[in-house]
Structures are given as C-alpha cells and as structure tokens.
Design a protein around this ligand. Structure first.
Ligand SMILES: Cc1cc2nc3c(=O)[nH]c(=O)nc-3n(C[C@H](O)[C@H](O)[C@H](O)COP(=O)(O)O)c2cc1C
Length: 342
C-alpha cells in the first residue's frame, strides 16, 4: 500500500486513533509490536487555533513512531485550514480528518460524523484541508449517518476527488455508535468500485488474527485498522502480523508478561504526566491489560484505589505470586471486545 510517499512493505495493520488511549506511551508499545501506521488522538481544530496546550501535547510524537498521522476534527472550515497548517508544522507523515466521531457534543456542532449529514460541507472542508498542506491527507469516517442514509459509496468517490490519499471506513453508522456488529459489506463495495483508486482501509471489530485474515480475504481491503482490541493488548499487532505471514496463531501473552508491560506503560505515562495523574488514569486500563484472565476482578479491585507506582508494583507482584506466573499459552480465548466509550 502507498499513501502519498509513504510505502508500506508489509500488509498494513494500523492502530486506530482513540481519544485518551492512543497517546505516546501507548503508541510506543503498538510500534514495538509492529503497528505499521499510527495516529494521534483526535485534535480539535478549535482548540488548536487557540494553541491550547493539551492539544499541542496530543500532537507530540517521537521520530521512532513514524509513519504517524495527526488526526484533526472540527466544524468550521477556516479553523480546520488553520489547524491543518499548525499540525503540519509538527511534521507528521500525514493529516487525517475525523468524520466518524459519533459523540453528541461533537456531531451537534457539525463536526466528526455530523458531516455525514452535510456532504457538500464535508467535501468543501476536505478540499480546503488538502489545499492547506503539502502532506498527504486521509479521511476516517463511517458508513453513513443512520440505517436509512448509508451514503459511503457516493461519499467515497466525492472524497477521492478532493485529493485525499486514503480512506478508512468504520463499518457502522453514526446512530449505531459502537453497538451491534460492524458491517463490512459496504466497505468491500467501496474497495471494489473500479472508480476508487485510493487505498481503502477497513475498520471495525477486528479482535484476533483470524478476524483480520477473514476481513482481508472477504473484502479485499488495502489495510486494516484495529482499535479496541489493541487497548491493553498491543501484542495483538504482532500476533496478527505473524498470522498473516505464516498462518501460525501465536498464544496470547502470559499474565507475567502482561503485568510487566502494564507497569512499563504506567512508567511511561508517569514520565509524561507525573505519578499522581498517571496512576489514576491507569485505573481505567487495568481491565484491558488483564482482559480474559479468569478470576481477575478481586485483584482489579485491589489495584483501583492505589495512588503510587510503588504500590502498583507491589500489588502486581502479589498478584503474580498468588496466581502463579502462569503462562496462558493455549488458553485459546481471545481477549474479546475492548472498552466501548469514545
Ligand atoms: C475510547 C475510544 C476513543 C476513540 N477515539 C477516536 C478518535 O479520536 N478518532 C477516531 O477517528 N476514532 C476514534 N474512535 C473510534 C476508533 O478509531 C474505531 O473506529 C472504533 O473503535 C472501531 O474499531 P474497533 O472495533 O477496532 O475498536 C475511538 C474509539 C474508542 C473506543
């Protein structure tokens, strides 16, 4: 696959942008385990044009993370243009526009998936963003606003004509939020439309090497994007990539390996945000890091109130002692669905 001048030598397995998740500490692990392309969390154009510190921080990345895209969203075309200029000055590899966020306060302002209800505006905005940067621009969106208005097939052609270099489609409508099952049928139709020449990346519910293979084989997409299933489980990138190359299904990480990674994740978050904030923020990620471990709930309850890294380290050690540093190889079960909020 090629996006602008970015060439992917392997079949691209891409980390989905996720607010409050895909920050630099988490991306570090996804890169380590083979994510071929990553994005920042989405950045509000309105915040960027005011140079809000938090938004600038979200765009920060390490050279080792390349290729990386900064994702922007907004409702006002002028702000989107200015935000694109500011984001481009950070020198990422690409700029991605979010037309998929379903959150009420975003869509009600006419941003994110809200633009699926105003296609002329979406097209004008995309063209303006493409013109505002020398970087390749990509778009991430959904099938349509609701069941009655799944307009992705025509929207894809119109978006391509603006000059975007790739399109990611999440196989749900805005109305579905994250419920039900992602429907890849229309993603496949867009991919197989002879008019579409840009790469089409499929997204939605890939949670194992096998689902990855199945989606690629059934729908012929140029790349796949993985979101929730990678949360607390960045090793999934390695398992998927290994399976695509060899057909071998690697076991999931052992409890001990997960505890080690979780602690390393916490330490990286501390380096960025300080101990107190990082330890509190890590609370929402324990269920993901230890997803699928039988009987983990009481241990999670022990981890939740902790406020220092020393306590977390001690508790994880205690958990390992009690559970045995068990290797979960061959336990078979996939981690299942990830967290569900945006
Ligand atoms: C917590 C969370 C935050 C998200 N934030 C973003 C975001 O900032 N930008 C975006 O385009 N999509 C965002 N998404 C949607 C994901 O990128 C992805 O499209 C969706 O989760 C479906 O893929 P999955 O089934 O692999 O998780 C978010 C999803 C979750 C669960």
């Amino acid at each position: 696959m090629q996006i602008g001048n970015i060439t992917f030598k392997d079949y691209p397995v891409i980390l989905a942008p996720m607010e409050d998740i895909t920050d630099a500490p988490f991306r570090f692990f996804c890169k380590r385990y083979g994510a071929d392309l990553m994005y920042t969390e989405f950045v509000s154009s309105e915040a960027l044009v005011r140079f809000a510190g938090k938004s600038l921080l979200k765009m920060d990345f390490d050279e080792g993370e390349r290729p990386i895209g900064v994702q922007v969203f907004g409702h006002d075309i002028r702000s989107m243009v200015r935000a694109t200029e500011i984001a481009s000055a950070m020198n990422p590899d690409l700029i991605d526009i979010n037309y998929g966020c379903p959150v009420k306060k975003v869509v009600n302002r006419g941003a994110g998936a809200g633009l699926l209800r105003d296609v002329p505006r979406m097209i004008a905005m995309t063209r303006a963003v493409v013109d505002a940067t020398v970087l390749p621009v990509t778009v991430k969106t959904r099938l349509g606003w609701d069941e009655q208005s799944k307009n992705i097939e025509t929207v894809a052609e119109m978006l391509q004509d603006t000059g975007i270099r790739a399109l990611t489609i999440h196989g749900r409508t805005r109305s579905q939020l994250y419920s039900g099952k992602a429907d890849w049928t229309l993603i496949g139709k867009v991919k197989n439309n002879p008019r579409i020449t840009i790469p089409v990346i499929g997204n939605g519910d890939i949670d194992s090497p096998q689902t990855a293979r199945q989606m690629i084989d059934t729908y012929g997409v140029d790349g796949i994007m993985v979101g929730r299933a990678a949360v607390g489980n960045p090793y999934l990138f390695h398992r998927i990539k290994h399976y695509l190359k060899t057909g071998e299904n690697l076991p999931e990480l052992s409890l001990e390996a997960r505890a080690t990674l979780c602690l390393e994740h916490l330490e990286r978050c501390i380096a960025l945000r300080g101990e107190r904030v990082a330890v509190i923020e890590m609370r929402k990620l324990y269920p993901a890091w230890f997803r699928g471990i039988p009987g983990f709930k009481p241990y999670r309850m022990k981890l939740m109130p902790l406020t220092t890294v020393a306590e977390v380290r001690h508790t994880l050690d205690e958990i390992l002692e009690r559970c045995g540093r068990s290797d979960l190889s061959g336990s078979g079960g996939e981690y299942g669905q990830g967290i569900r909020t945006e």
